[in-house]
Design a protein around this ligand. Structure first.
Ligand code: HXC
Ligand code: NAP
Length: 288
């Protein structure tokens, strides 16, 4: 069921959506579903060969129109060129999915200043760069638009060992809530999704390298007992991109099977108490 597309056929018909980091992982999954729903797609990232291969696969799978363009989100001028190329190809842009990210695990004290900045530059500055260029364009052209930003659940809580990413994603959340209010007057909506674990090569190879994936199996922390399926995330993203969510603005929707709350709730570790032990506690209480 959760592997099925959820929205009506044609829910994004005629819309053009730019997806940063759209050639791999979650960006590719969300973009493919946008195409299935009738959107035109622009996918960007640094590696044109990856983008072109992904675009070919997406066209074959959906019959949709996909424009792959190389663009480093740290380069504001290159972003302006992506927007111009998208307009030249499709006439206008309706939505931007800020999905590109960089991340790795490391004790913070082992990071160089450049390592810290690299993640901040891709995740936070990349998202602000693209949002600023896109927003200026929409405001100048008097066009409505929709931003969707991909953050993480540790944007709320912080997290050790991914401190540059946590710092940057928290900034993306603040950006989301700020622009949602300021730019609503221009008919620009801004929302975010905070995914929990959704296996991808890009994230798993960097965050759970070597034998860590087995040793620190994320499923152990997830109350629903499984990781996310890409289509589940794509369904949520398509809803937030579509006009069905026209009254949703400034929201961050968590999709993590209850993972972060399990870590947060003071007594959730009581999960480890067996029914037999609960019976014993009840007896002790009655005796008292
Ligand atoms: C410590 C590291 C490092 C590591 C790189 N650096 N990898 N430091 N541990 N594992 C340091 C380098 O030594 C260098 O510092 C600086 O970071 C820049 O490295 P470059 O390789 O030159 O950077 P660049 O080529 O721009 O590549 C960026 C990258 C890379 C972030 C380092 O991993 C990348 O391209 N990632 C893109 C995809 C990605 O990360 N996907 C995962 C997203 S998952 P010095 O000082 O030596 O110059 C996610 C959330 C998941 O975001 C949440 C799961 C629940
Ligand atoms: P991924 O496949 O590694 O995706 C990251 C994408 O960002 C890649 O396509 C990469 O392409 C692009 N990118 C990196 N640096 C860039 C730059 N400087 N300029 C332009 N593009 C750049 O990993 P993923 O798991 O799908 O992650 C997608 C998003 O989901 C990220 O925002 C991530 O933080 C978020 N997320 C993932 C999970 C998860 O469990 N997978 C959980 C929470 C949040 P190039 O290398 O070609 O540039």
């Amino acid at each position: 069921m959760f592997n099925e597309g959820m929205l009506k056929e044609g829910a994004l018909a005629g819309q053009t959506i730019i997806v940063t980091g759209g050639g791999t992982g979650l960006g590719k999954a969300m973009g493919t579903y946008f195409l299935q729903l009738g959107a035109n797609l622009v996918i960007t990232s640094r590696k044109i060969e990856v983008l072109e291969k992904a675009a070919g696969e997406m066209r074959q799978q959906t019959g949709g129109r996909v424009l792959p363009i190389a663009c480093d989100v740290r380069d504001y001028a290159a972003i302006e060129q992506v927007i111009a190329a998208a307009v030249a190809e499709f006439g206008r842009v309706n939505g931007l999915l800020n999905n590109a990210a960089g991340n790795f695990v490391s004790p913070t004290e082992r990071l160089s200043a450049n390592a810290f900045s690299t993640v901040i530059d891709i995740v936070l500055k990349g998202t602000t760069n693209f949002s600023l260029a896109m927003g200026k364009h929409w405001i100048k052209e008097k066009q409505a638009g929709t931003f969707l930003n991909i953050t993480t659940t540790y944007a709320f809580t912080g997290s050790g060992y991914v401190v540059p990413s946590a710092t940057a994603k928290a900034g993306v959340l603040a950006l989301t809530r700020s622009l949602a209010v300021e730019w609503a007057k221009y008919q620009i909506r801004t929302n975010a999704i905070a995914p929990g674990p959704f296996p991808t090569k890009g994230a798993w190879s960097r965050l759970l390298p070597g034998k860590l994936a087995k040793k620190l199996d994320p499923v152990q922390r997830i109350p629903v007992g499984r990781v996310g399926e890409h289509q589940e995330l794509a369904n949520l993203a398509a809803y937030l991109m579509s006009d069905y969510s026209a009254f949703v603005n400034g929201e961050v929707i968590t999709i993590d099977g209850g993972e972060w709350l399990k870590g947060a709730g003071e007594f959730n570790m009581m999960e480890a108490v067996s029914p037999k032990m609960w019976d014993m506690f009840a007896l002790m209480r009655k005796k008292k």
